[in-house]
Design a protein. Structure first.
Length: 80
């Protein structure tokens, strides 16, 4: 699914909505909310290490390259 994540990242970079693509393609329970996981600041110690590192390295508004975790491949957008 890394290739699908890369394809989705290209679509986002061309201006497609992260939220719309998350609703259409994500298998995460957050898909109906456009991929919104809420405030992760209190949950950081429970996150997969790769996911946590990607979150911490993103600037507000930034979108990660595909991140592999034990749950699959993810694109992460930081809101705050």
């Amino acid at each position: 699914h890394q290739f699908e994540a890369q394809d989705l990242l290209r679509k986002i970079e061309r201006g497609e909505s992260f939220e719309t693509l998350a609703r259409q393609h994500s298998s995460c329970p957050s898909a109906p909310q456009g991929g919104d996981l809420g405030d992760l600041s209190k949950k950081m110690d429970k996150l997969d290490e790769n996911f946590k590192e990607a979150c911490e390295s993103l600037a507000v508004g930034g979108i990660s390259k595909p991140v592999r975790t034990r749950f699959g491949h993810h694109l992460i957008q930081r809101y705050g």
